[in-house]
Design a protein around this ligand. Sequence first.
Ligand code: HBI
Ligand code: FE
Length: 272
Amino acid sequence: MIPAYAIDQNWDGYSAAEHRVWTTLYDRQRDLLESRACDAFLKGLKALDLHGDGIPDFARINPRLEKLTGWRIIAVPGLIPDAAFFDCLAQRIFPAGQFIRSADTLDYLSEPDIFHDVFGHVPMLTDPTFADYMQAYGIGGQRALGLDHLHHLARLYWYTVEFGLVQSREGLKIYGAGIASSHAEAIFALEDPTPSRIAFDILRVMRTRYRIDTFQETYFAIPSIGALLEATLQDFSDLYAALETASEIAPGVILPTDRDLGSGPPVLEARQ
Ligand code: HBI
Ligand code: FE
């Protein structure tokens, strides 16, 4: 079934200037992420051959991606309604913005463009465990729509898929697409002394409001992608019940029960 909102990528229609925007962004992120992104992200970037030679053609990426994890990318004009978005994820289809930002607004986006969606999100979809997590999220989203808990599930997406950090032997690393596709936030999220970086707890995440207008004040670090998937393989009813009475938490607030992971030294109890 072809999802609603799918459009032709029309790869031949991109101008030379648009390809140059991709290359500029790619070159800038590539060096930055070498030491900052998690292994799964860097491996995915290589496996898909998402190089700096211009905007990738989905027809070229999809066979590789489908072979690795059964996911594929479709082009969409921009943000699509929640229900359509969840239906795509539940079928292992990732909707990616067809357009690219302009050269004079390299760091500003009002809607996800092809650089955010493909460079930011798609490398992680080559990881089998993360691939399952994204599908589980889509199925959870379909269920949350019928209940009144979409805002809770959206927070899970925000603090994992978009702004997630993962513990590693070399300290915290980036896996969230919102961080991986942003030059300034890739540095801020790991190195700035101001934000808090706390151990992932799914109920804590669903209680935490987020900011869309500036860098995050709180990042959540998962112990491993496997642990994230495990936390998601449930129907969320216990969580939703707990959320009925739990108070909301403002971004930036640290609770006595939080495990603060700091920003500096490696977290040694991380996965082997
Ligand atoms: N549409 N294209 C697109 N990309 C998204 O990330 C997206 C969307 N529609 C809805 C949506 N995200 C939200 O429902 C989730 O972030 C929770
Ligand atoms: Fe995104």
